[in-house]
Design a protein around this ligand. Structure first.
Ligand code: SAM
Length: 346
């Protein structure tokens, strides 16, 4: 059993034992209910932790420590959108599986408008509170685009269940940041199969890396008083600073296993580590952030870290050591000839 523990354990012995008990006695375990409850408990704080101020353009945010990872995912998504537009697609159909507060769909909708594309976007999640936030975020971006003809829907759905769309319905399927880690191990293969089935051009997924740094998933570790990650049982137990306890399904996978799961249903277009170094060297905004950012040569250091990442991120020895593994897959390449011609007519 691999355990990672953080925080002042002596003073927190009581809470710690309560968490340990809740890991042992939560049976039968409905993972998505617990995951949904945890994300809905933190509500808006999840988006603030994950996205910082970089809602519209992830590359522009210098404050959020995850901006570098976001900018790689964003470049991947933009490349796919550009290729679709160059292929003559005029209405982009996009699915975001485990959309949370809808940040990625909001970005995609803005981008589609900038490129003059119509868009039909669907986000789904198990957490109703996150879906409400996503709806509010989507409503906020609409007035900025007066010629808005987009359709954006947010639905409650569990990725562990079959997806209610026909084969190849979406040009682009997104599944970013820890969603796949939250599924029970036994469910992951069929969830990946479903993501590839409903996608036609690209599936873009990021999965928390096996050798990456610890994550509180729902909130930053600065808000976590006690942390217990049990990889064998696929559980992450947290006690937040407000004293609440949250136990969520959390499984980690090596890049090779993920590649094999996707390769059964799609051609692998890219497989790489994202954020090998940058977030680990990021200054802490609550600590010495301003001082670190003002250090001479700081920008050069960050730029060098990004360059080194590009040279290492696809090498077998490094791929599991980023913060996430990025998988870009082409489901059409594995479709039968009749499925393919059916998809190309849309
Ligand atoms: C770390 S958040 C990522 C949110 C979003 N993809 C992003 O990149 O900002 C993980 C999300 O996955 C959702 N989730 C977890 N298990 C799920 C499942 N079985 N089906 C659908 N959504 C799920 C959670 O409710 C949460 O909103």
């Amino acid at each position: 059993m691999r355990l990672r523990k953080q925080g002042p354990s002596a003073s927190m012995a009581t809470a710690y034992h309560r968490v340990t008990r809740s890991i042992r006695h939560t049976a039968p375990y409905r993972s998505s209910n617990d995951v949904a409850g945890a994300y809905d408990y933190v509500g808006d704080d999840y988006g603030r932790y994950a996205d910082g101020d970089g809602l519209d353009n992830p590359s522009a945010s210098t404050i959020n420590r995850f901006a570098h990872a976001d900018s790689i995912v964003w470049a991947t998504i933009c490349k796919a959108i550009n290729e679709l537009r160059d292929d003559g697609v005029t209405t982009l159909r996009v699915l975001d599986a485990g959309c949370g507060p809808g940040t990625w769909l909001a970005r995609v909708v803005c981008q589609a408008h900038c490129l003059g594309l119509c868009i039909e976007a669907v986000g789904f999640d198990v957490a109703p509170g996150q879906l409400e936030i996503a709806r509010k975020n989507a409503a906020r971006i609409r007035p900025r685009h007066p010629r808005d003809t987009s359709k954006i829907k947010f639905l409650r759905h569990d990725l562990g269940e079959p997806l209610p769309w026909t084969d190849g319905h979406f040009h682009l399927v997104l599944c970013n940041y820890v969603v796949l880690n939250h599924l029970p191990k036994s469910v992951l293969p069929r969830a990946i199969r479903e993501l590839c089935r409903v996608g036609s051009f690209r599936v873009v997924a990021t999965v928390r890396a096996l050798a990456g740094p610890p994550t509180g998933c729902i909130i930053g570790l600065d808000q976590v008083r006690d942390y217990r990650e049990d990889c064998n049982r696929g559980k992450l137990a947290l006690v937040l600073k407000d004293g609440t306890e949250h136990v969520v399904t959390f499984n980690l996978y090596g890049a090779t296993s993920l590649k094999a799961l996707f390769a059964s249903h799609a051609a692998i277009v890219d497989l790489r580590a994202i954020d090998l170094f940058v977030s680990r060297f990021a200054p802490d905004a609550n600590w010495t952030g301003n001082l670190v950012n003002a250090l001479p040569g700081r920008q050069d250091v960050v730029q060098k870290l990004k360059e080194i990442e590009e040279t290492l991120c696809r090498l077998p020895g490094w791929i599991d050591h980023g913060t996430h593994v990025l998988i870009v897959a082409d489901p059409n390449a594995k479709a039968t000839p009749s499925q393919r011609s059916d998809r190309s007519r849309r």
